[in-house]
Design a protein around this ligand. Structure first.
Ligand code: AMP
Length: 376
């Protein structure tokens, strides 16, 4: 009988999961607090608050497995669901990834390098933190931050009052600002039986703290490949993690520093839809269902471009033989991820297509850093 996967959260990640699951014969049921969340265009959606346990009970009835499209699911809801149906990744793994401090402490316990950090619960802690990690630094809320939200950069002591005024009412973490050479991520998958695989390392590019582009396989990773994969494996085993996750890393002076873990399919893995043997979405579903994992090898070179705020004209992408267009069907809004494009093929042809696109869409700031990295 067809299996049904329940997803908490109905954004583009749930949407792409449901699209990946259709050929596998899977059914989906999604919960979101917004009734027209974009996954509702491809899967039945229950509109409810995540703390509404009556609605969550109704959602869980007849479902074979539950997973998530975002990490900030209330812990009680994840635990409640786990008492009724298999839930992957497990609620404890979610809880660790919800708290930047616990997450970095775990990284350190596992022998992973991280940026210097300090706990900040008071104005005095902030002073002490600056003395410990130095300046420039970055003050972050421990919980609920994403895409640069809940973060303030501190260049000098003059910035402390403003930073405290902005964020001081919640638990914080202060981190040294790492002058990294580049950012990479490891997208990994672990099955219910402990089988583990990673996609090729991906190099990530940001604009205004939001992922703007990804290049995979990341160039020149010979010296860091093994460490990056080792970090991801240790983390997955420690958390008894099941499903896809991403580990974001800074490369600084040839060393890898762990920034954060996303306990879900990840934006820097969207290129796998067209660029890898099995997409991260299919592999996440295979993992949470206890099925064998699919191959994670990349076909060739892939570049992902995020559309943030609004989607541009589709034609310049659709006219490129290597181009793939994704529109999440979301209402345009500043800072919102509303779609992406992926270019997959031989590196030189991908670069040529990107050069044409940069001109056609007038997006040099988004595309030129990727072309630079491809030359390296
Ligand atoms: P996060 O939400 O922690 O992933 O931060 C968003 C982005 O801000 C990262 O992808 C980096 O580009 C930048 N960032 C965050 N933390 C640091 C840090 N400690 N040093 C330098 N850049 C950082």
């Amino acid at each position: 009988m067809a299996q049904t996967v329940g997803i908490l959260g109905g954004g583009q990640l749930a949407r792409m999961m449901a699209i990946a699951g259709a050929p596998l014969g899977l059914r989906f049921r999604v919960v979101d607090t917004v009734k027209d969340a974009c996954a509702s265009q491809v899967a039945p959606l229950i509109c409810a608050d995540y703390n509404d346990f009556d609605a969550i009970t109704a959602f869980s009835e007849g479902i074979d497995v539950v997973t998530f499209d975002f990490e900030n699911v209330p812990a009680d809801t994840a635990m409640f669901l786990a008492s009724r149906v298999p839930v992957f990744p497990n609620p404890q793994a979610l809880a660790v990834a919800q708290d930047r401090l616990e997450e970095k402490q775990l990284f350190q316990r596992l022998g992973m390098l991280t940026p210097e950090f300090a706990t900040v619960d008071s104005r005095e802690d902030l002073e002490a933190g600056v003395a410990k990690v130095g300046l420039p630094a970055i003050l972050k809320t421990r919980r609920l931050g994403y895409d640069g939200k809940g973060q303030v950069r501190i260049k000098s002591k003059d910035d402390l009052n403003a930073a405290w005024a902005k964020l001081g009412d919640v638990p914080l973490i202060l981190e040294a600002m790492v002058p990294f050479e580049r950012e990479i991520s490891v997208v990994a998958v672990r099955g219910r039986g402990g089988e583990f695989a990673t996609y090729p390392l991906t190099q990530n590019f940001h604009q205004n703290s939001i992922l703007s582009a990804s290049l995979s396989p990341a160039p020149n990773t010979g010296a860091i490949q093994e460490t990056a994969v080792g970090y991801a494996r240790r983390l997955a085993e420690e958390l008894d993690y099941v499903g896809v996750f991403a580990l974001e890393l800074f490369v600084h002076q040839g060393r890898l520093l762990a920034n954060e873990m996303a306990p879900r399919v990840h934006n820097s893995g969207h290129w796998t839809i067209e660029g890898a043997r099995t997409s991260q979405f299919e592999n996440h579903l295979r993992a949470v269902l206890g099925w064998p994992l699919g191959g994670t090898e990349a076909h060739e070179t892939s570049v992902l471009l995020n559309w943030i705020g609004e989607v541009p004209d589709a034609l310049p992408v659709l006219s490129e033989p290597l181009g793939h267009w994704h529109d999440y069907g979301k209402t345009p809004r500043a800072g919102r991820k509303v779609g992406h494009a992926t270019f997959t093929g031989p590196a030189a042809e991908v670069a040529a297509a990107l050069g044409r696109l940069a001109a056609a869409l007038n997006r040099p700031d988004q595309i030129e850093p990727v072309l630079e990295a491809m030359k390296a």
